[in-house]
Ligand binder design. Structure first.
Ligand code: PLP
Length: 374
């Protein structure tokens, strides 16, 4: 059987990884400034992560959401402590799109409405509701077009106000737009969205699938502001590669049996992977590391010739080169063995390294980038 060919591939076959390094099948070493698309949070092959998953696999790896699994509550308790969010309930699932789909569903159930306001350039995933709220016509199939979604420009307070009504179930905003090319909500925009949602009885959904779990130097990117969403989605960095995602739902929103469900979500292995990530983040101060190294890296990049601007916070940065980055990205990989990310914006190079990357490793990247830009 052939694989359904939907991914353009780099000609690299990694077989081993540790920290921020990877090795291919020929033993060639690579530096990871892409984190497998913002997924690797505590670094590849972290010993605590391996130990917890191995230990759990020897006990029980999976049963079903029809029985008691105390690891789910343990995860929720640790998440409340790590994020500082104590008045939310947690629904566990497996992917970012699944989290988005359920977040929109909860908002729709709770308000009895079906209209969503999303941001231009947003990416929320590829399932039906998630892709309908994604601003990329190319990946929206005719079947996905039946949803009531209105797009407004990110940070346009007037457009948001003009489109709000008592038909709106939710406003959905990425904590920091990732796939688009690292565009943050401007000062005051989330506050305005919060106020408008309160005025019209709509839910404010923060999509932290890419920007969450410490990546921007706060547990969630929206925590750089004082705004509190009604619903938060998380995924990527949550499991350091193990598929686990979550929807945090304000306690005032009432669940009922059968409202949401999933076969794999919150299974034993996923929960211990998630717990190991949260514990390592705390023990190794990785959120502080992301904030500090991000600040340093951003200032180094801002001083480098050939870079128009640097966007983002922590270890979620976008470099705008004022010209397409395709060749640069390819040269970084083939000539310097450094993985970086692209974005929908062709001029943006996206950096999403593991949160425990070292300054010395970032210096190697800076040297290579400088050479290429010269
Ligand atoms: N939301 C955001 C902000 C994302 O960046 C992504 C994936 O890149 C998703 C949702 C979808 O996540 P997944 O690919 O796990 O379905």
């Amino acid at each position: 059987m052939k694989l359904f060919d939907v991914y353009p591939l780099f000609d690299v076959e990694p077989v081993k990884a540790l920290g921020a390094k990877l090795w291919d099948k020929n033993g060639l070493e690579y530096l990871d400034l892409y984190g497998g698309h913002a997924v690797i949070s505590i670094g590849h092959g972290h010993p605590k992560y391996i130990e917890r998953i191995t230990e759990q696999a020897h006990q029980i790896g999976f049963y079903s959401n029809a029985v008691i699994n105390p690891l789910q509550q343990a995860y929720a308790d640790q998440l409340a402590q790590s994020s500082g969010l104590t008045d939310f309930a947690l629904f566990l699932c497996s992917t970012g799109a699944e989290a988005i789909e359920n977040a929109i569903k909860v908002a729709s159930f709770d308000t009895g409405r079906k209209k969503i306001i999303a941001m231009e350039k947003a990416f929320h995933g590829r399932t039906s509701g998630a892709v309908a709220a994604t601003d990329n016509a190319k990946i929206v199939a005719p079947y996905n077009t039946g949803h009531a979604v209105e797009f407004i420009p990110l940070n346009d307070q007037k457009a948001l106000a003009d489109n709000m009504s008592d038909e709106v179930a939710a406003v959905i905003i990425e904590g920091c737009q990732g796939v688009a090319g690292i565009f943050e909500p401007a000062e005051g925009f989330l506050e305005k969205a919060r106020a408008l949602c309160d005025e019209y009885g709509a839910k404010l959904i923060l999509d932290e699938v890419q920007s969450g779990v410490g990546r921007t130097g706060a547990f969630f990117a929206f925590q750089h502001t004082s705004v509190k969403p009604d619903i938060i989605t998380m995924a990527k960095g949550m499991g350091n590669g193990f598929p686990i995602a979550g929807v945090l739902i304000q306690e005032s929103i009432q669940p009922w049996h059968g409202m949401l469900g999933t076969t794999f979500g919150g299974n034993h292995l996923a929960c211990v992977a998630g717990l190991a990530v949260l514990e390592v983040i705390e023990e190794e101060n990785l959120i502080e590391n992301a904030a500090d190294l991000g600040k340093w890296l951003k200032s180094e990049l801002q001083r480098m010739a050939g870079i128009d601007s640097v966007r983002g916070k922590g270890l979620m940065l976008g470099l705008d080169l004022g010209q397409p980055v395709k060749t640069l990205r390819s040269n970084l990989l083939t000539k310097h063995q450094i993985f970086t990310g692209s974005a929908a914006d062709p001029n943006t190079l996206r950096l999403l390294p593991p949160l425990n990357i070292q300054k010395a490793e970032l210096k190697i990247f800076l040297e290579a980038l400088k050479k290429e830009l010269e």
